[in-house]
Design a protein around this ligand. Structure first.
Ligand code: IMP
Length: 433
């Protein structure tokens, strides 16, 4: 038996969907453990695209057990739409999905508040650039011990009491931020919709923590699918420009309710370059034509919001920090093919701040924002052979690039992705082995 956690090693959007999909061939259970519909996984199966926000990327393998852990914040309408979308493709029709009854629920007022805060922040240049999916407000309610959980969707009186109590507190804030507090009829509709969603979700709900623990005790191969990336972690990321959950490997244990001693391996996913969505420091960001070229080549537009992603060179100090925070035992390098056709490819090997060279980002985001990247450059290479199945199949400069990253990151690669399809992959090591 092996228990493997997959985490994003950067600021999210590292191509986790494809890697989780590949690893799911070996896993019997896949668990999403944090965040909510702020994530977006684009899966390409036999040339067909499937985008999921809540359902784990492992869904594409019929018969594998998919779990949404208690640490998540779940938008019930989005989840129901995704279940329907999967079932229309013949997936999730055999009772493969289990939604934790302890997970928190995102309701319309969480999304309203998220959007109003962002709009107010934008006016003074302080927006976080959230996905506006209500993630922060739902986690705030959870921390304040006033949140609505999935189990509350099945208890009409309790749900009503919670929603009314929350809105009693939040309506003045909504008005203060320039919004229209919901009228009683609208609140009633929200409650009715939530109860209807609860009835529809009931067959999928259960005790996620025990379900996962039993699978591990039974000796199953279990895969935890992280969302976002290590540098967006609430505690250790580039605060305040972070999400509101734990995105590092430890978050998997916390969310699923299992101990760290159950974990056998942690795989970090890093793109061959870097992207970031929303505000916050990004030392290797490329502006103008160079950034546009990378964005176009990599199709770097948010799967959830459609926003253009900020693009830049691979940042090894940030990658080392992600590797340290999550205790990564191996790395998967994705989207190497996107760099094909560039005249030159660079990688940031260190930062300088006030004349001092640093191998990891400084602790203060203001210092990260003014850090100067120290680059090593490689001659570019032509399009990668799509049938590359070994590092030795790569053109010389691409091979040198891969080997340099592996050496300077200090974590071995288990996989290099050379194209979007499942088959376009160099497999070096099986994390479940
Ligand atoms: P929130 O999670 O919607 O509150 O957004 C907080 C920050 O995390 C923003 O900068 C978002 O762009 C970023 N973020 C949240 N989810 C993702 C993701 O799945 N990929 C990349 N960035 C994300």
């Amino acid at each position: 038996m092996s228990v493997v956690i997959v985490v994003g090693a950067q600021w999210g959007d590292e191509g986790k969907g494809k890697v989780v999909d590949l690893f799911t061939e070996r896993a019997e259970m896949v668990i999403r453990y944090g965040g909510g519909a702020n994530a977006g996984h684009t899966l390409v199966i036999e040339g067909q695209k499937l985008v999921t926000h809540l359902v784990p990327s492992g869904v594409c393998h019929p018969g594998k057990s998919c779990v949404l852990g208690d640490g998540m914040v779940i938008d019930p309408q989005t989840l129901l739409e995704e279940i329907a979308q999967c079932q229309a493709r013949g997936l999730l029709s055999r009772g493969e999905l289990l939604v934790g009854l302890g997970a928190h629920v995102i309701l319309p007022y969480h999304k309203l508040l998220d959007a109003l805060r962002e709009d107010a922040g934008a006016k003074i240049g302080k927006a976080i650039g959230t996905t506006r999916r209500g993630i922060g407000p739902a986690y705030e309610a959870k921390a304040a011990r006033k949140g609505v959980r999935v189990r509350d969707l099945m208890k009409p009186a309790r749900l009503r009491e919670l929603v009314l109590a929350n809105l009693d507190e939040l309506s003045p804030l909504i008005a203060h931020l320039g919004g229209q507090p919901p009228a009683p009829a609208e609140i009633e509709r929200w409650i009715d919709d939530a109860l209807a969603a609860g009835r529809a979700l009931l067959p999928y709900t259960g005790d996620a923590g025990r379900h996962v623990a039993h699978a591990i005790a039974d000796g199953q191969h279990v895969l935890f699918e992280g969302a976002q990336g290590c540098l967006l972690d609430l505690d250790h990321g580039t605060y305040p420009y972070v999400t509101s959950s734990s995105t590092i490997a430890a978050g998997a244990c916390q969310s699923a309710g299992i101990g760290p001693t159950a974990i056998d391996a942690v795989v970090g996913i890093t793109k061959a370059y870097a992207t970031r969505v929303g505000a916050g420091p990004f030392p290797t960001e490329l502006h103008g034509d160079a950034g546009d070229r990378l964005r176009k080549a990599g199709g770097e537009f948010g799967a959830t919001t459609g926003r253009p992603r900020r693009c830049g060179w691979l940042d090894l100090p940030a990658l080392r920090m992600g590797a340290r925070l999550s205790g990564m035992t191996s790395l998967a390098l994705t989207k190497l093919d996107v760099l094909g056709g560039m005249s030159e490819v660079s990688v940031c090997v260190a930062y300088t701040v006030d004349g001092k060279e640093l191998d990891e980002p400084p602790i203060d985001p203001d210092d990260i924002a003014r850090a100067q990247p120290v680059y090593t450059s490689f001659p570019g290479w032509e399009k990668l052979p799509a049938d590359a199945r070994d590092v030795s199949d790569l053109p010389g400069p691409a091979r040198a690039y891969v080997e340099t990253i592996e050496r300077l990151a200090g974590v071995p690669f288990c996989l290099v992705s050379v194209g979007p399809d499942r088959t376009e992959t160099i497999r070096l090591h099986d994390p479940f082995a």
